[in-house]
Design a protein around this ligand. Sequence first.
Ligand SMILES: Nc1nc2c(ncn2[C@@H]2O[C@H](COP(=O)(O)OP(=O)(O)OP(=O)(O)O)[C@@H](O)[C@H]2O)c(=O)[nH]1
Length: 487
Amino acid sequence: MSDSEEEVPDAVVLEASTGSEQASHPNSAFAGAEEAVSVPVTLITGFLGAGKTTLVNYILTAKHGYRIAVILNEFGEDTGIESSLLPQVSKTAENFALEEWIELSNGCLCCSVKTEMVQALETLMQKRHKFDYILIETTGLADPGPVAAALWTDAELGSAVCLDSIVTVVDARNIRRQLAEDRPQGAVNEAQQQIAYADVILLNKTDLVAGTEALQEVHASLTAINAGAEINHTLHSQMDLARILNRGAFKPSQTSEDVSHLSLQLCGAQISSRGTRQDPGSMTRLDLPAACSRQDASSRADYENGMGSPQPHASPKVAAEQQPAKHSEESHSSLQDAGTAGGPKADGMRDMGLDGLESTSARSSATQSRPAHWQSHIHDSGVQTHTLHAQQPLCIERLRTWLDLILWEQALPAHQIYRMKGLLQIYGSPCCHVLQAVQELYDIVEGPRWDATVHGHSRVVVIGRNLQADMLQKGLTACEVSELSSA
Ligand SMILES: Nc1nc2c(ncn2[C@@H]2O[C@H](COP(=O)(O)OP(=O)(O)OP(=O)(O)O)[C@@H](O)[C@H]2O)c(=O)[nH]1
């Protein structure tokens, strides 16, 4: 097991994924031999906001010689936000390796694996000559098990693709709390699952954990779940890519026993309590040690990339959790009654949409019927996604104040916001701005100029528990410049 915090090397020399002796450079290995060779697939998973897209971006711009296709499972109704987060500089970078990009927004990959991912892969394979490596980024709530199993076993895909490894990105600052979070009866803790399945773990955002000891504690809690994974300490998901790409974690390179255990594990999705690949006969339900306590108040370490405004140190509040109903068929974007809305916390918040609004409940029209096989696959239905819209340009100061209130001050009663992503039209700027928020931290960075093909209105995806869309929408609307001038 390695534990590397070292600088990322400029150049990465990787073995070709053919398993043949043809060449050591990936492109030359594939040239003229595409049809005969399985395309390796790296499955990138990790809880909301851990740094998966950051890793994808890093891989796309690093020097490794692969031509890469990306399948990305977007959470929420809006595709396009994630691809907008591809740094513009990436697209012009010398090593920019992206050849194909497919976004799947119709539910969670792990729930719609056959219809969505397999179709996407089949579509991709029609352009087989254009790429020689595939990255699949799951949503932050995906169970990697069914996705990996489909790659492993799907007859339609045949030997066209091969699962290379499962890479799990972990938010070092938040993971212990995520692991300890209660789930409604019967629902799994996705963060635990994602770690349990990993071949490689990126213990990311190490800059947000104060002190080596605290980091080692986080490291130990990962090892307690999955002692078989290689854990790498990373900053902005950067590490030696030779440890990720073409890793061959699923190659039957060892004993046939290993292979059958692995196959059974992936298909049965039963993980041992230590998360290691064990004899199927000794497998038990995922029942992890209670090693992970609520996160202590940690220092607000540097989070000043981009334009994140400095915040006072404060202990994150453990939001009151309600008991959501479990679901099996509904998509993650289904909404539930969020319970009692709180009243205004202060007069000054009223115009920020923080005064009490009536509780609403809506149900996503995106509900899909799923194969019976997946109906036993239960997620925490308390996690909801809402997309907020603002047709008018936003006042940046007002927006920051609102974000401070709802994220840092947790001024919306009961709301537990895990993640926000947004494309923003900021008043006075010809450029789009990108909002990223993870738990109570956020940043807003300037992106490229809006162009005529992109509709310039702002949209923000919010993922969390006990969310009330109308309260959130009112807050964003209150940041519109037209609202301010009419006030
Ligand atoms: N401070 C700090 N921020 C990071 C690091 N890695 C990523 N981030 C930031 O964390 C935020 C979330 O990163 P993403 O890569 O979008 O996370 P994700 O896992 O793809 O998020 P979802 O797709 O919503 O699940 C972004 O603002 C990143 O810039 C890190 O090592 N340190």
